[in-house]
Ligand binder design. Structure first.
Ligand SMILES: NC(=O)c1ccc[n+]([C@@H]2O[C@H](COP(=O)([O-])OP(=O)(O)OC[C@H]3O[C@@H](n4cnc5c(N)ncnc54)[C@H](O)[C@@H]3O)[C@@H](O)[C@H]2O)c1
Length: 360
């Protein structure tokens, strides 16, 4: 059954996620899941997955509590689920005391300011969400939960030594503690430390995921990350503008591939362990722009939009920008029957189609 109100592409992706995780999802039935940051891009897919699971009516529903302060998330993203009895939306900051008045069985902690433009604008709030917020959730988890998934980031590696690209989980990182990205990178690192300590001291069953550049439908076009920026250019039929020489690399992971991995981690016994989550198809930013230009010509029609380089007015725009980023996925692949399935070309086409669905 398709999720009511989710666009066709999102609904199909959610279906893929449910089918892939399969009967393991049944352990969520009759239990309560807390998702923080659920009104954001990535965590909204957890909400959609539960909405679709419950719509199947094959057993008791999973009760879902979504906590989000809407700092970068939007209520409109999940407005179609606002009246659902099985989902409760709580508008709150995770760094403040959280009194839910009930016990929870599962926690996915994804609340954070995640876009470089916004975490640089709100550095202290970013640290609060990642450090105080994570500690509060770990304290809640101490009361007795079945599993916790913490969404960390590939930014814990900073600008990795090229000898460690693709980057394995053991790599300790090359991170500035005073640079413009430090509020995010360092607070995510400390959050991982907190997770590890709570696992060691109190046996909190926490799993740490390090997502690498996840993209897809429903990412805000004004999010200021590279794919939304380039999508905006495409939607306005303008040149694709890069504010760099285009040589740095990233490995972009389509949303359904990442969320399939996240559910598997939450529902596993990998307590206290850390996993890279992403796609290891490394591409330069120039390559990304060229690919999107070709995809747009295919999806929308010619002409093919040129790629243009400019210098950002923001002097700090490229400071500490990682030069290469690509995950070593051997740990995830070795542990789970999981593989990224959506190549960049296909994921970009799906994402573009989703924006065209809602574009005038
Ligand atoms: N998308 C990616 O490529 C990526 C990569 C690495 C890590 N992550 C992590 O995944 C998570 C989700 O990222 P996203 O890309 O969906 O970003 P997003 O901005 O779309 O979602 C983050 C959500 O957290 C909420 N939030 C922020 N601070 C909060 C606070 N103090 N209290 C409650 N809610 C708060 C925001 O309102 C938003 O809804 C983040 O923790 C991010 O660090 C994402």
């Amino acid at each position: 059954m398709m999720v009511k109100g989710a666009s066709g592409i999102v609904a199909a992706d959610v279906q893929t996620i449910l089918d892939d995780v399969g009967t393991a999802m049944d352990s969520l039935r009759g239990t309560t899941l807390l998702v923080t940051g659920g009104s954001g891009f990535l965590c909204s897919y957890f909400v959609e997955t539960i909405a679709a699971l419950n719509a199947r009516r094959e057993g008791p529903p999973c009760r879902l509590i979504v906590v989000d302060n809407l700092r970068t998330g939007t209520a409109s993203r999940l407005a179609h689920l606002a009246d659902r009895a099985d989902i409760q939306f709580v508008q709150q900051d995770v760094s403040a005391a959280l009194d839910l008045g009930e016990t929870v069985d599962w926690i996915i902690h994804g609340a954070s300011i995640a876009s470089p433009t916004f975490y640089r604008r709100y550095p202290l709030e970013t640290i609060d969400a990642n450090v105080t917020g994570t500690r509060r959730l770990l304290d809640l988890a101490r009361e007795g939960v079945r599993s916790v998934l913490y969404l960390s980031t590939s930014e814990v590696y900073g600008d990795p030594d090229p000898a460690f690209v693709p980057t394995p989980e053991e790599y300790r990182g090359n991170v500035s503690c005073t640079g413009p990205r430090a509020c995010y990178d360092e607070s995510k690192r400390l959050a991982e430390t907190l997770c590890t300590i709570y696992h060691q001291l109190y046996s909190v069953p926490v799993k740490i995921a390090r997502p690498f550049n996840v993209y897809g439908p429903r990412q805000r076009l004004d999010d200021r990350r590279i794919i939304p920026d380039l999508m905006q250019c495409v939607l306005h039929r303008q040149n694709l503008v890069l504010y760099s020489d285009g040589r740095v690399t990233r490995a972009f992971c389509y949303i359904s591939d990442a969320v399939r991995a996240f559910w598997r981690l939450l529902l596993s016994d990998a307590n206290g362990e850390v996993f890279n989550v992403g796609n290891d198809e490394e591409t330069s930013i120039q390559g990304l722009a060229d690919t999107l230009s070709a995809v747009a010509a295919e999806v929308i029609g010619p002409p093919r939009l040129p790629v243009e380089r400019r210098v950002s007015e923001d002097a700090q725009y490229l400071t500490d920008n990682p030069q290469r980023r690509c995950p070593d996925l051997r740990r995830l692949r070795g542990r789970f029957p999981w593989e990224p399935r959506v190549p960049l070309v296909e994921g970009l086409a799906q994402t573009l189609r989703s924006y065209l669905d809602v574009s005038p």
